[in-house]
Design a protein around this ligand. Sequence first.
Ligand SMILES: NC(=O)C1=CN([C@@H]2O[C@H](COP(=O)(O)OP(=O)(O)OC[C@H]3O[C@@H](n4cnc5c(N)ncnc54)[C@H](OP(=O)(O)O)[C@@H]3O)[C@@H](O)[C@H]2O)C=CC1
Ligand SMILES: CC(=O)N[C@@H](CCC(=O)OP(=O)(O)O)C(=O)O
Length: 340
Amino acid sequence: MSHERVPVAVLGGSGYTAVELLKILLRHPGVRIAAVTSRQAEHVADLHPSLFGRLDLRCEPFDADALKAKGVQVAFGCLPHGTSMESIPPLLARGIKVIDLSADYRLKDPAVYQQWYKEPHHDAANLAHAVYGLPELYGDRIPGATLVANPGCYPQTAILGLAPLVAHRLVELTGIIVDSKSGVSGGGRTPKLSFHFPECNENFAAYAVGTHRHTPEIEQVLTDVAGERVEVVFTPHLVPMDRGIFSTMYATPTRAVTDAELLELYRDYYRGQPFVRVRTTVPATKDCAFTNYLDVCAKVVRGGKVVVLAAEDNLVRGASGVAVQNFNRLFGYDETTGLL
Ligand SMILES: NC(=O)C1=CN([C@@H]2O[C@H](COP(=O)(O)OP(=O)(O)OC[C@H]3O[C@@H](n4cnc5c(N)ncnc54)[C@H](OP(=O)(O)O)[C@@H]3O)[C@@H](O)[C@H]2O)C=CC1
Ligand SMILES: CC(=O)N[C@@H](CCC(=O)OP(=O)(O)O)C(=O)O
């Protein structure tokens, strides 16, 4: 298929997901970066020296009319949740599609959003038609979407790690344990005390125990996959490394299973999916670093529990890579364009 390059905008240009996205978009043959918005009136390469000589563009303030006038067809929202749902409605109203990397349009029920995000949802109208952008599960819904809610970083490891098991009811659907670890870039570039070098270096700790806002996202999608309520205990940890997420999931099988059966099950479930690698060996964050791959391996251990191990790069597969996967589906490109 031959395409004109699609003019795109990146919102929240100074952040980590934005720079990762810009690097991918620069090597995408079907994209023209028409605008980068930021509250900082800087050249993009001054905010991100790694883009020096690669992108000659000044950041501009967010203005939906100005983006429309530039012919922007799709905006990638790299903004914090809360801010995102303020910026997105004027874009949609002007016919600009949006791939939102924030969590604002992931949870179907605004009351659940308020419960876990501790603020009311302000855009229920657009929430109602947002498509959850996890291509391996909802790929068919993406081409016709106007608003794609890019999935969360931790949730992708848990959802893709557990989906084959819950889809086949091979494990009990409640009490599944999701024990996750993230590198510090998972917290973004905006400074915060716990990400300050002396605080997190040589340190390892859990946070948001029992309260992390990715819990309802994981449950919402796995419940959809199972067709019955799934409940997880999700505990995130901060690891003193730059990037990567590793999740270990523990589930109780509903009948005796073997490693060979699990391998077959996962291979079948992800057949034809270019970015999920079903492994026979234990994955590691370095195996997926700087790539859009999510590696997964399921094993039966002593006592009969099933243990699932999943690894990804939080900034690529966890955010900007999967956003481009969604872009490819929206605009009819091969799913892997720009990503291999
Ligand atoms: N980091 C990760 O691994 C992942 C992040 N995400 C999500 O992607 C989004 C972006 O994350 P990330 O890039 O890490 O975050 P960063 O903190 O690195 O960047 C966010 C950018 O948003 C802009 N911004 C911040 N506050 C405001 C505000 N009040 N009003 C307007 N703009 C604001 C800033 O850009 P500027 O100063 O240029 O205006 C800032 O650089 C978030 O919603 C995050 O939850 C999703 C998956 C993984
Ligand atoms: C290490 C760290 O702080 N991680 C972040 C992940 C945030 C993130 O990226 O959230 P979304 O995927 O929902 O946008 C956190 O736990 O809040």
